[in-house]
Design a protein around this ligand. Structure first.
Ligand code: NAP
Length: 248
């Protein structure tokens, strides 16, 4: 996929699905801005790999996406360092599981703050720039958990369902200016996030896929990248499940 002359901002781009998206843009010749709170070694490794993959430029912003004011500063800095802002992928996300009867207010607020407010903050920060350019591609990374009831994920499931609403409403707001806003909803994918889960949950997820395995981050990134190409210019407000049939 060709992303020459494009500048992509990828939140959560230092690790997992976000990193795979950043690499996909880099292979297409984009300049990439990573926004992440990952530790220095992880962020440095991601930056090196993105550069080696062919990025026209790469810059990492150590920023927490839930900080509204910082989002505007990061987008301004990405534009001045890399020369624009054509693509935004909201991949930064966290989970903090507990059954509803034990979930604390802090667990709820933290997950909603990063997963929902964080995505809004960056949509809000890029929207004026993309409207000015009368072009832009935004992709939010939701989850199949938005569409089913699984044990102990009320905060995470609510946050991922909220991203679907954000995507559709933002698509309506920004369509007239030629901006596409879409969502991918991955099933279980092999990343740092799922490494922390008990083995039996991952085994069950693998069994539930028609392919008998969970996804690799690259398999999510390919769909995200496609949504950011001109070939997908008439796709907007859409949610694409990338779950190998885990939700059947
Ligand atoms: P990951 O490997 O943990 O990557 C997430 C990245 O986001 C990490 O580098 C993380 O940094 C960073 N991050 C966390 N909080 C942040 C914040 N407040 N501001 C900026 N960056 C922050 O997880 P992943 O599995 O690739 O997840 C990427 C997205 O896919 C998430 O939105 C997740 O909900 C979604 N998703 C994942 C799966 C799955 O099975 N893996 C399935 C469906 C959807 P730290 O490592 O320092 O926290």
């Amino acid at each position: 996929m060709n992303f020459a002359d494009r500048v992509a901002i990828v939140t959560g781009g230092a690790s997992g699905i976000g990193r795979a998206c950043a690499l996909e843009f880099a292979r297409g010749g984009a300049a990439v801005a990573v926004v992440d709170v990952a530790d220095g070694a992880t962020a440095d490794e991601a930056e090196r790999l993105i550069g080696e993959a062919g990025a026209r430029g790469v810059f990492t912003f150590r920023a927490d996406v839930s900080d509204f004011a910082q989002a505007e500063r990061v987008v301004a800095a990405a534009r001045s360092r890399l020369g624009g802002c054509d693509i935004l992928v909201n991949a930064a996300g966290i989970n903090d599981d507990a059954p509803v009867w034990r979930m604390t207010e802090a667990q709820w607020d933290r997950v909603m703050g990063v997963n929902v407010k964080g995505a809004f903050n960056y949509v809000r920060a890029v929207a004026p720039v993309m409207r000015g350019a009368r072009a832009g591609k935004i992709v939010c990374v939701s989850s199949v958990e938005a569409f089913r009831g699984r044990f102990a994920v009320a905060n995470y499931a609510a946050s991922k369902a909220a991203l679907v609403g954000l995507t559709r409403a933002a698509a309506a707001d920004l369509g007239r200016e030629g901006i596409n806003v879409n969502c991918v909803a991955p099933g279980f994918t092999r990343t740092e996030m799922t490494k922390k889960l008990p083995a039996e949950i991952l085994e069950e997820a693998a069994r539930s896929s028609v392919f008998g395995r969970i996804a690799e981050p690259e398999e999510i990134a390919g769909v995200v990248a496609f949504l950011c190409t001109d070939a997908a210019r008439y796709v907007t407000g859409e949610v694409i499940r990338v779950d190998g049939g885990q939700l059947f």
